[in-house]
Design a protein around this ligand. Sequence first.
Ligand SMILES: [Fe+2]
Ligand SMILES: [Fe+2]
Length: 211
Amino acid sequence: MVKEVKQFIKDLGDENEEYFTNQSKWATTYWAEEMDLNSTIHALRMRYWNEYVGTEVLAKFMFRVSDPTLRMMVGRQVGDEAKHAFYMKKRIEELGYDVGSPLAEQLEFYKTLESFTYPEEFFTAQQFTVETQSVKRNEQALENFDEVTAEVFRKHINNDEVFHVRLGHAGMAYYCISEEAQLRATTAARIIREKHVAMSLANYKRLKEKV
Ligand SMILES: [Fe+2]
Ligand SMILES: [Fe+2]
């Protein structure tokens, strides 16, 4: 049965919250502890590739959003993510490293996102499920990175993420109004959560191996 959309969003938000709360700390973030240089480089490279590939995937998604207002809001987000990629790369290079290459689990995450052809699937998976958690991770970044890196997050990234989460809510409110759409959105959230955890744990594995 179709739920009233506000109730639907609240219930799925609660389900997501419970899922992520039950994960180990490195399963949800690339910077779970105070970061030394080596772990900072690993984390920033992960973030860089998320921003870079995310920008491309989001740009393609923009053309699948039928509502003109939401489409333009996605366009604004494309610009934000491109800016984030730019500043991640800049900081990595300032620290004397290059951006490396993405992990297989990252590419798998974005391939999954791209496979969501209905707007309600994408908005629910990325902006609503993943980026709601990103807001918390970004706060953690301020604590766990060196001061200059933390400042990059504070100045160029963290505020944008709040808009992305709001966009997720707006997209869901617009599209998740039938039983079928709510079912698709719920399934997309559950799939993407798993892929996101896999991606974070892959980072942790690489970190432990110190490669
Ligand atoms: Fe971003
Ligand atoms: Fe974002």
